[in-house]
Design a protein around this ligand. Structure first.
Ligand code: GLY
Ligand code: MN
Ligand code: MN
Length: 434
């Protein structure tokens, strides 16, 4: 992404903070996986959004002022010895040259330099709770100033996230194009999985198709893929992915990838054999109807909950048609009779975080959808093996999930290139010559 995009975001945030404020943000720490091995590093989403800076052990300081304000970065120094082992570091010169910092200092000097910067400010904007060790340091710096005779200390802590997360909710052109790319690669991986699936394979073999497709496009999974054959589909966050796929089963796959930090999050459910049986097809079509009804409620002017309300009505009507619940539809909706079978919401914001930031309500009202907001639409029906449903239905789970962008005149389904009609899925699987 163009460095100007990050500079624009910093300027916008500093305008909101105003003179006398200072924003402090920390890079995500590295996490140990085992002994001296770390998990693959992922930058903190807020930090990434404002800096594009890829390394741990960094602190960003934004000080609004005349012109466009100041962006100061504390980061790791260059270190030839360490770089021989772990690869090149950006260093302070690189932070100024490549990341738009007005000034940069070694992170080891932060305790000496940062209090002097805070002394000029009245309000400290900071997000509590994401990185507790950083929270303690911020409080420590301010308290030390308050106790130092003759020093001026900021008198107020202000939550940074309401402003910053509201900004993140509206995706720019560059963000939309990263999300389109994440969706495109996600779609290609799902197509590949549909074509590769054969009875007798293991769930992890299908997971491998996703990893291959993601990595060959320089993307990484945006969350642990859910590859759930048969009744495993009824475990919403199933990630063991180690069961054998049976001829007559459905396979639910919820997998997406991340490009430049932006996630896709896509689910399809299809028959291992390549053909839905009558009962699977009936259930699938109910979920598809709910999915379509929900997507129709994505667009400017609709409120956040309208897609969910539409999905709930369609799922309830469908469950009644299938004989899984009985009664007056309006009353069934009111009494949430669908909940044993549809226990999650129909979507969430999507962006740098899979479950992206941004409020769903404003005061006591659902938020209105506006152009640039991105969300998933993902109704599902799960009939657990131990549910009271008639035996023939037990163990079936279906979810259909697409990524949808609110546009000026409606919406765009970013993952629309992936077959969703039962016939289209069967045709794609048949074409694979399975
Ligand atoms: N993959 C997580 C979700 O669909 O929300
Ligand atoms: Mn998902
Ligand atoms: Mn989702």
């Amino acid at each position: 992404m163009n460095p100007r995009e990050f500079a624009r975001r910093r300027r916008q945030l500093m305008r909101m903070i105003g003179r006398g404020g200072v924003a402090l943000l920390a890079a995500a720490p590295e996490r140990v996986r085992n002994r001296d091995v770390t998990f693959p590093y992922r930058q903190d989403s807020d930090f990434l959004y404002l800096t594009d800076f890829p390394e741990p052990e960094a602190i960003a300081v934004l000080i609004p002022g005349r012109d466009h304000g100041e962006f100061i970065l504390f980061c790791r120094d260059r270190d030839p010895e360490r770089e021989r082992w772990d690869g090149e570091r950006v260093g302070t010169d690189g932070a100024v040259r490549d990341y738009g910092a007005d000034d940069a200092f070694p992170i080891t000097d932060v305790d000496d330099i940062l209090p002097g910067l805070l002394e000029q400010c009245e309000r400290v904007y900071h997000t509590m709770g994401t990185h507790p060790e950083f929270d303690a340091r911020v409080i420590g710096w301010v308290n030390a100033l308050r106790q130092r005779a003759g020093a001026h200390a900021p008198h107020e802590f202000v939550a940074l996230d309401p402003m910053l997360h509201d900004m993140r909710l509206y995706k720019s052109r560059a963000e939309c194009s990263a999300m389109r790319r994440a969706a495109r690669i996600g779609v290609a991986a799902h197509r590949r999985a549909m074509q590769a699936t054969q009875p007798g394979m293991y769930e992890y073999e299908i997971e491998a198709e996703f990893l291959h497709e993601f990595r060959r496009h320089d993307a990484v999974p945006s969350y642990q893929p859910i590859v759930a054959g048969g009744h495993n589909a009824c475990v919403l966050h199933y990630t063991r992915n180690n069961a054998r796929l049976q001829e007559g089963d459905l396979l639910l796959i919820d997998a997406g990838c991340e490009c430049e930090g932006y996630a896709s999050d896509i689910t399809r459910t299809f028959p291992v054999s390549g053909e839905f049986d009558a009962r699977q097809r009936d259930l699938y079509d109910v979920v598809l109807e709910a999915h379509r009804a929900a997507i129709a409620k994505v667009g400017p002017g609709h409120h956040w909950n309208e897609p969910h309300e539409a999905a709930v009505r369609a799922v309830t009507r469908g469950l009644k048609r299938l004989g899984l619940i009985d009664g007056n539809v309006q009353r069934l909706v009111r009494d949430e009779a669908y909940r044993p079978f549809f226990m999650h919401r129909t979507g969430h914001w999507l962006g740098l975080d899979v479950h992206d930031v941004g409020d769903y309500r404003v005061g006591d009202q659902w938020r209105l959808q506006e152009p640039g907001m991105a969300m998933t639409v993902e109704p599902g029906i799960y009939i657990a093996a131990d549910s009271g449903a008639p035996k023939a239905w037990r163990g079936l789970g279906v979810r259909i999930e697409d990524d949808v962008l609110v546009t000026r005149d409606g919406h765009q389904v970013l993952s629309a290139a992936l077959p969703v009609d039962a016939e289209d899925i069967e045709a794609l699987m048949a074409r694979a010559g399975r």
